[in-house]
Design a protein around this ligand. Structure first.
Ligand code: SF4
Ligand code: SF4
Length: 467
C-alpha cells in the first residue's frame, strides 16, 4: 500500500500539491556520516543480473578498485579496505532491496588513519589537475560544434567503464545511451524538480556542484548530438546562471506539482509551456536525466572518478533532523537514520516518496547505486478498500494517460499478459490513482506487482511473445 492513502480535493491540473510530510530539508546543505564499519555492496542492481566478483577474499584494495562487474553494471571500492567475501541471502548483515534479500560483497574498512596511509601509497584515480579538466571541457565543446564521432566513442567508453546506473529503472546508462543514439534526440533535459517537497536532494546537489551538473548535461547533449539542453527546476530556486550560460543550457522554471519529479511528467509540462524547441519536439525526441546521474557523468568523463558515493535524502515526520548526506555505497541505512535522529515509534521506513515509496526493512537496507531518498513515517493511514464505484477519477488524473482501473482489475485477476495491451509499462508508479481513489483501492500497488511479475516471469513473457 502507499503510505498515505486517502481521498483529496480534486483540483487536478497536471498533478497535485502534496502537503510536505515533516520538515523540508535545507536545499543548500549536504552532511556526511562518520562510519568505519563494514560496507555491504550488493552484487545485483536491477534485481536479476548478478555481477561477477573480480577480487579475492583477503585482498587489500585502494579506493576506486573494480570489485565486480557484469551485465553493464560495475562495482568499485568506495573506500580503501580489505575484501571480506560474499554474504548470501539469510546471512547476518545481508542487505535487502525492498523485501528481497540479495548477495553482497563485504568490504572491511581500514581505520581512518591507516586508510589515509594506504591511499597515500596507492595509485589514485582522482589526481586530475584543474588544467586537465579545462582541457577536457574544451574538447567536449569542440566536439559539440563538430559533432565529432571520435569524442562520442571516448565519452561512451568512460561512461561504460564507470557503470553509471539510472535511478528510474536501474538501467546501465551506457546501454541506454546506445539505444538513444539510434533515435533522433533533439532535446536533453535535466530534471531538478523534487519528487515531493521534502525530497529535494536534486536541488542540494545542484546548489553544491552546479558546474559538475551542467557540464554532465552538456556532455550528454554532445553525445546524443541534441540541439538543445534544458534545466527544469522549481520556481523560487536560485539557479546558478553562470554555469548555465557557460554551456548554453536553457533554464526553465516549472511547477512543483506531484509527480513533476518523474521524467514523463516534466516533459509534459515543458511541452505545455512550449519549451521543447521552437518548431515543437515530439516526446520521444526529448530525454530526461537525473541530477545525481549528471554529476556522475561529469566525474567519470572528466576526472575518471567512479560512482562510489551517493547523496541520500532522509525526510519524513519520523526523523528529528531531516537532511541530505553524502555517503559511500554499501553504508547500512541504519547509520543514516541514526544521524537524522529517527524516533523510536516510527511506523514505516519507505524507499522513495511518501506517496509511492516501497516499505523496506530498515535494519537490513544499505545504500546502493539506485538509492536516492528514504521517507520515515510515524503513522501509516490505511483505509478499508471497497468496490470500485466507477467514478473514473483514476483515469482522468493518471499522468501517464493510461487506465489504472482496468489495469488494477486485470492484475487482481492475475491476467498479467493482458496488461501490456493497456500500456502497463507507461505507468510511472506515482501512486496518484491509489491516493485519489474514493474506494481506497490499492491500484498502484497491484500495477507495480504486475510489472514486477511481467519483468521476471519468463513463462508470461513467452505467452506475450507468442500472442
Ligand atoms: S496508473 Fe501508474 S502512472 Fe497512472 S496514476 Fe496510477 S501509479 Fe500513476
Ligand atoms: S478504481 Fe477508484 S478512482 Fe478508479 S474508477 Fe474505481 S473507484 Fe474511481
Amino acid at each position: 500500500m502507499g503510505l498515505l492513502t486517502s481521498q483529496i480535493d480534486r483540483d487536478f491540473d497536471g498533478g497535485i500539491y502534496l502537503a510536505p510530510l515533516g520538515e523540508i530539508p535545507a536545499p543548500d546543505h549536504i552532511g556526511s556520516v562518520d562510519y568505519d564499519g563494514n560496507l555491504y555492496l550488493p552484487l545485483t542492481i536491477d534485481g536479476s543480473t548478478e555481477m561477477e566478483v573480480v577480487v579475492t577474499a583477503g585482498q587489500q584494495v585502494p579506493r576506486g578498485t573494480l570489485l565486480a562487474r557484469g551485465g553493464g553494471y560495475c562495482l568499485y571500492a568506495p573506500r580503501p579496505g580489505v575484501v571480506k567475501g560474499e554474504t548470501a541471502p539469510g546471512d547476518a548483515g545481508i542487505w535487502a532491496a525492498g523485501k528481497t534479500e540479495q548477495k553482497a560483497l563485504v568490504l572491511e574498512q581500514f581505520s581512518a588513519i591507516s586508510a589515509r596511509d594506504y591511499v597515500g601509497k596507492s595509485k589514485s584515480v582522482y589526481k586530475v589537475s584543474a588544467e586537465e579538466i579545462e582541457q577536457a571541457k574544451d574538447e567536449i565543446r569542440s566536439a559539440n560544434e563538430r559533432r565529432g564521432l571520435k569524442q562520442r566513442r571516448t565519452v561512451w567508453d568512460k561512461i561504460e567503464r564507470a557503470g553509471i546506473v539510472t535511478t528510474e529503472g536501474a538501467r546501465p546508462l551506457a546501454a541506454w545511451l546506445k539505444e538513444l543514439s539510434h533515435n533522433e534526440i533533439k532535446v536533453v533535459v535535466a530534471n531538478a524538480t523534487p519528487l515531493e517537497a521534502t525530497l529535494n536532494g536534486c536541488l542540494a546537489i545542484l546548489a553544491r556542484w552546479p558546474e559538475q551538473v551542467f557540464t554532465g548535461l552538456a556532455i550528454l547533449k554532445t553525445f546524443l548530438q541534441a540541439d538543445e539542453a534544458i534545466m527544469a527546476y522549481p520556481h523560487g530556486f536560485n539557479i546558478n546562471m553562470t554555469s548555465a550560460q557557460e554551456w548554453e543550457v536553457k533554464c526553465v522554471a516549472v511547477s512543483e506539482k506531484y509527480p513533476q519529479g518523474r521524467s514523463g511528467s516534466v516533459l509534459r509540462t515543458l511541452k505545455k509551456q512550449k519549451q521543447l524547441g521552437r518548431r515543437g519536439v515530439r516526446q520521444d525526441q526529448a530525454v530526461v536525466f537525473e541530477i545525481q546521474l549528471l554529476r556522475q557523468v561529469e566525474r567519470a568523463v572528466l576526472t575518471g572518478e567512479m560512482p562510489t558515493e551517493r547523496v541520500i535524502t532522509i525526510s519524513g515526520d519520523g526523523v528529528k533532523r531531516p537532511g541530505h548526506f553524502l555517503v559511500p555505497l554499501g553504508l547500512p541505512l541504519q547509520e543514516l537514520l541514526t544521524r537524522a535522529g529517527i524516533y523510536q515509534d516510527v511506523a514505516c521506513v519507505a524507499e522513495g516518496s511518501s506517496l509511492a515509496g516501497k516499505a523496506i526493512d530498515a535494519q537490513k537496507a544499505v545504500v546502493t547505486q539506485t538509492s536516492e531518498s528514504y521517507t520515515v513515517v510515524r503513522r501509516v493511514k490505511r483505509d478499508q478498500p471497497h468496490n470500485c464505484v466507477r467514478c473514473g477519477w483514476c483515469i482522468a488524473d493518471c499522468p501517464s494517460g493510461i487506465d489504472p482501473m482496468r489495469l488494477f482489475k486485470l492484475a487482481q485477476s492475475r491476467q498479467y499478459h493482458r496488461t501490456r495491451q493497456l500500456s502497463i509499462d507507461a505507468c510511472v508508479e506515482c501512486g496518484i490513482c491509489s491516493y485519489i481513489c474514493p474506494s481506497h483501492l490499492p491500484i498502484m500497488e497491484q500495477i507495480r506487482t504486475a510489472k514486477e511479475i511481467l519483468r521476471n516471469d519468463k513463462n508470461i513473457n513467452s505467452v506475450i511473445n507468442d500472442a
